[in-house]
Design a protein around this ligand. Structure first.
Ligand SMILES: *Cc1c(COP(=O)(O)O)cnc(C)c1O
Length: 469
């Protein structure tokens, strides 16, 4: 029998109309935005694939939960619902809410890192590395080499390279490793998972040296789905059970609830370590709010608690991954170079291959993201030279190996027809790729420059129009 379509396990109850714009208007908008898709107004965007962060559609149950917000300063009932959800689904006894993921990263880095200590990670994430460096720590990438090769089909490109990790431990000494910060479905590698086998090996190794593992658990559920699909022994296990096993190997997790947890804002830190929990409780009051709300309203805590139960529904997580794959496979079938295997939350176009004539110093991924917006009103994000930033010591571009444009799929928001529109735009630009010019920087902030840097095209083109003198 032919493979049957598996559709979404939910239906639409409310719609949000989108503004349709002309190519002329979009060209004007991209100049105004300095060729930086972060600086576009959302209302000028048709299909917003900038990020899957905080862009999820909540369920009727979550919306109903908002009405049950207990907005007490201390001990809100919604906090206890969140605590129970984290205990049951993630398996951690203590939870401290924060306003979003980076709030938890900040507290964790401040508590656990002594200046001069190392923090190995499987690749990097922008805010995570920033918090490591601000706490005086030194970030080290210990991901396997395959992760840096967009064409490598390794099923678990998020894996940690044991040899790299062990040599670091030997070189600097275990006491100079603050902890290992390990991310499931590594964003910067293309949403690539690690395997349970790799995690077990890393746990064995760190146990020998008394080193802790902290997860950036932001996309753990998506990682668990890939384990179910690709790793022997997991096919018949529910994602919920795989998640519990995974979490069992961590000493603590920092969480951006704006991803897996299906809410628009929120995050938490969770652990079974009472000492760490006490330090978190002391520090969270200074930066976020009391330890039973951490910068969130009672209603936000309730929506979050409910989202945590919904995210481990196997039908839901399957349809999410299937939609990302649908978009990726359409683009791939037209010969457009993308990162393979297709990841859990996004399709990543290899901009170096797409725009071979544009050197990395002329920001090919940034240029392609801008061109996509002008072509179809689809907003995407650069993940390359601009996002990687400069080395704090040398001031030079980090010039990462990967120069990508990310088409990130919000959870439960768009239909596959929206995916078709995005795919067709990518394919048409690929056919006319010689037209797309490189960019030059006209303004650059010192930190996290991708949020606000401004650019201009280096020459006139059909897509962006004439260069202004
Ligand atoms: C989004 C994200 C963060 C930061 O979380 P915020 O909620 O945006 O502050 C950290 N790590 C990863 C992997 C993320 O995707």
């Amino acid at each position: 029998m032919k493979k049957r379509t598996v559709a979404e396990p939910y239906k639409i109850k409310m719609v949000e109309p989108l503004k349709m714009t002309t190519r002329e208007e979009r060209r004007h908008n991209i100049w105004e935005a300095g060729f930086n898709t972060f600086l576009l107004r959302s209302e000028d965007v048709y299909i917003d694939l900038l990020t899957d962060s905080g862009t999820s559609a909540m369920s009727d149950q979550q919306w109903a939960g908002l009405m049950l917000g207990d907005e007490a300063y201390a001990g809100s009932r919604n906090f206890y619902n969140l605590e129970r959800a984290v205990q049951e689904i993630y398996g951690f006894r203590y939870v401290v809410p924060v306003h979003q993921g980076r709030g938890g990263e900040h507290l964790t880095a401040r508590i656990k890192i002594q200046p001069g200590q190392y923090v190995p990670m499987n690749m990097y994430f922008t805010t995570t590395r920033e918090h490591i460096e601000r706490a005086g720590g030194i970030f080290v990438d210990v991901i396997i080499d395959e992760a840096h090769d967009p064409q490598n089909e390794h099923p678990f490109k998020g894996n940690i390279d044991r040899v790299k990790l062990e040599s670091l431990i030997h070189e600097v000494g275990p006491e100079r490793i603050a902890y290992i910060w390990m991310a499931p479905c590594v964003n910067m590698a293309g949403g690539q998972p690690f395997s349970m086998g790799n995690l077990r090996q890393v746990r064995d190794l760190t146990d020998q040296y008394g080193i802790e593992i902290v997860f950036d658990a932001t996309r753990a559920v998506e990682n668990c789905y890939f384990i179910k699909e690709r790793e022997a022994g997991y096919a018949d296990k529910p994602v919920r059970q795989i998640l519990r096993e995974m979490m069992g190997y961590a000493d603590a997790i920092t969480m951006s609830s704006k991803k897996d947890n299906l809410v628009n804002i929120g995050g938490f830190v969770a652990t079974n370590d009472e000492e760490f929990y006490q330090s978190l409780r002391e520090l969270v009051v200074v930066y976020e709010g009391l330890h039973t709300y951490g910068g969130l309203a009672g209603r936000d805590l309730e929506a979050l608690a409910r989202g945590i139960y919904e995210m481990v529904d196997d039908h839901y997580i399957y349809s999410r991954i299937a939609q990302v794959r649908y978009l990726g496979e359409r683009i791939q079938a037209a010969g457009v170079p993308i990162v393979v295997p297709i990841g859990g939350h996004a399709v990543f176009i290899d901009a170096k291959q797409f725009l071979r004539n544009i050197p990395q110093d002329e920001y090919p991924a940034q240029a392609l993201a801008a061109a996509l917006y002008v072509d179809s009103g689809v907003r995407t994000m650069e993940r390359g030279n601009v996002s990687a930033g400069r080395d704090p010591h040398t001031g030079k571009h980090r010039s990462p190996k990967l120069e990508l444009v990310r088409l990130t799929i919000p959870r439960r928001v768009y239909t596959n027809l929206h995916m078709d529109v995005a795919a067709e735009s990518v394919i048409e630009l690929f056919e006319k790729r010689e037209d797309i010019p490189g960019l030059k920087r006209v303004d650059e902030p010192p930190q996290l420059r991708f949020f606000s840097a401004r650019f201009e095209p280096l020459r006139s083109s059909e897509v962006f129009g004439p260069v202004k003198q």
